[in-house]
Design a protein around this ligand. Structure first.
Ligand code: GLC
Length: 517
């Protein structure tokens, strides 16, 4: 394993354990399942995995309601399984990043139980008030729930996810201890949930009237009373001090829905977090100018603090990008091109499980199977995030597509579309030109030629085309977002393309290619 800021250009594969591989046939993925599939991830060519929460939890929000931060839910295995997974990943040269959820606990956490039982010190770790204000939960409905004695507690997410009071030193100390628990076990880093939300306006001011209604409710805006408060940075400086005590080049990545890079980069100052997800890139529509703006804003915005860029197209909270880019054959072509765009950019990249198979969002999950609190709390008005969380198809012609072992007692926790028979790992690895082949080839070339470094735009005059040179390595990436074939720079050697070039050597519409200068 290499040392020395590996995370500056790492490709990190997001494993959503519930939906990755089910070893015991209960229809839910688990840690032994992940372990069994590590060789696949090694062959794919990623550097690390990020595991979504596997801690003991009532699963009100798929494990983002943590009842014990120092153990593994029996649904996913045991602490020994987590240790075995870490050890095996490290043997294979894969690093492991775990997910920490500091904004809230589960309502089943012993602290919250004690708070409800009347323990004053425990209640002071959460945000109990005599009166609620008008804040709304990200998942819909009021952000306040009343308890038996009449007080109300704040939950920015589900009622089963009470927010912690991060002005309380006991909360700060507890999380620093949790960090050490996992660092001591050998994890390579942390993905930090809702990193822009931990501190709230002390007066619990109402939301100002002039917020941009176009922005989703979880995104920071100037004047917002609970997202991106200046005081949140004290917490990250404290976490960095802890992480820096450990050898081994551990990393932190912030889930901070802050599109403004003048604000986002504050999280990435040298004494705060190492990296942050690039949601401005993720939400860019299929449009050359929008991509270019997101890329320029990212590189300019982060270079001021010396932090590397990261790039991401999908995760467990958003509609899969093959569907966002139009779905069907068009979405698929665009997703292939987007992969080459993302993997050519300087910095790190996050892949969400299944994107390498070209999986699309599953829109037709029956209502009674849906589990996302976002769906449940809005009475179905919001469809929620289950459609990007459907278990991975590994092999075979019909569900569970190798996700669960033969003869499994339960079907997959969300139903898989029958049409995934030609999207399985098994099918795609024997199909040259499949999405899986493209990802493998791109990751291998990236390891050889691309990574951290610079980007120079090469303007060809076609507004639908992005063209840039990566340095060092002198790889030229061309992305054609328009429908018609486009010219590519002369005299270059093609390394890889998302679709065959035309007989005249042009790049077809909705395609991307890499060339060696
Ligand atoms: C983050 C997670 C999301 C979860 C929420 C509350 O946004 O990615 O899945 O529902 O935080 O913990």
């Amino acid at each position: 394993m290499t040392t020395g800021q590996w995370w500056r250009d790492a490709v990190i594969y997001q494993v959503y354990p519930r939906s990755f591989a089910d070893s015991d046939g209960d229809g839910v993925g688990d840690l032994p399942g992940v372990l069994s599939r590590l060789p696949y991830l090694k062959d794919l060519g990623v550097d690390a995995i990020w595991l979504n929460p596997f801690y003991p939890s009532p699963q009100a929000d798929a494990g983002y309601d943590v009842a014990d931060h120092r153990d593994v839910d029996p649904l996913f295995g045991t602490l020994a399984d987590a240790d075995a997974l870490l050890a095996r990943a490290h043997e294979l040269g894969l690093r492991v990043v775990v997910d920490l959820v500091p904004n809230h606990t589960s309502s089943a956490h012993p602290w919250f139980r004690a708070a409800l039982a009347g323990d004053k010190a425990a209640r002071a770790r959460y945000l109990f008030r005599d009166q609620p204000n008008g804040w709304q939960s990200v998942f819909g409905g009021s952000a306040w729930t009343q308890v038996a004695d009449g007080q109300w507690y704040l939950h920015l997410f589900d009622a089963e996810q009470p927010d912690l009071d991060w002005t309380n030193p006991e909360v700060v100390a507890e999380f620093e201890s949790i960090l050490r628990f996992w660092l001591d076990r050998g994890v390579d880093g942390f993905r930090i949930d809702v990193a822009h939300g931990l501190r709230k306006d002390p007066a619990l001011r109402e939301l100002p009237d002039d917020l941009d209604p176009e922005l989703p409710v979880h995104v920071a805006q100037p004047g917002h009373p609970f997202w991106d408060q200046d005081e949140v940075h004290e917490i990250w400086r404290g976490w960095r001090r802890v992480v820096d005590e450990y050898a081994g080049d551990r990393v932190t990545v912030a889930e901070a829905w802050v599109y403004d890079f003048d604000r986002l980069r504050l999280y990435l100052r040298p004494d705060e977090l190492h990296t942050a997800f690039n949601f401005a890139f993720l939400v860019a529509p299929w449009d050359a100018a929008a991509f270019r703006k997101a890329i320029d804003d990212t590189l300019a915005g982060l270079s001021a603090v010396g932090a590397p860029a990261t790039w991401v197209l999908s995760n467990h909270d958003v509609v899969r990008h093959a569907s966002r880019y139009g779905g069907g054959a068009v979405g698929r072509r665009r997703a292939r091109a987007a992969a080459l765009l993302m993997l050519a950019l300087p910095g790190g990249a996050y892949l969400y499980q299944g994107e390498e198979l070209g999986l699309e969002e599953v829109f037709d999950i029956p209502d009674e199977k849906r589990q996302d609190p976002n769906f449940l709390r809005t009475g179905g008005a919001e469809r929620g995030r289950d459609g990007c969380r459907v278990p991975i198809p590994w092999s075979g012609q019909s569900p569970p597509f190798g996700f669960s072992p033969p003869g499994a007692a339960q079907p997959p926790w969300l139903p898989q579309p029958a049409s995934w028979a030609n999207r399985t790992v098994e099918a795609e690895q024997h199909e040259p030109g499949s999405m899986l082949w493209l990802y493998r080839a791109a990751l291998a070339l990236r390891r050889e030629h691309l990574g951290d470094g610079g980007l120079e735009w090469l303007d060809g005059g076609d507004p639908a085309v992005l063209c840039f040179r990566r340095t060092p390595g002198n790889v030229v990436c061309v992305v054609n977002t328009g429908p018609d074939p486009a010219a590519v720079p002369d005299g270059l050697t093609r390394l890889l393309s998302s679709a065959p070039l035309t007989p005249e050597g042009r790049l077809p519409g909705e395609a991307a290619a890499w060339f060696q200068e």
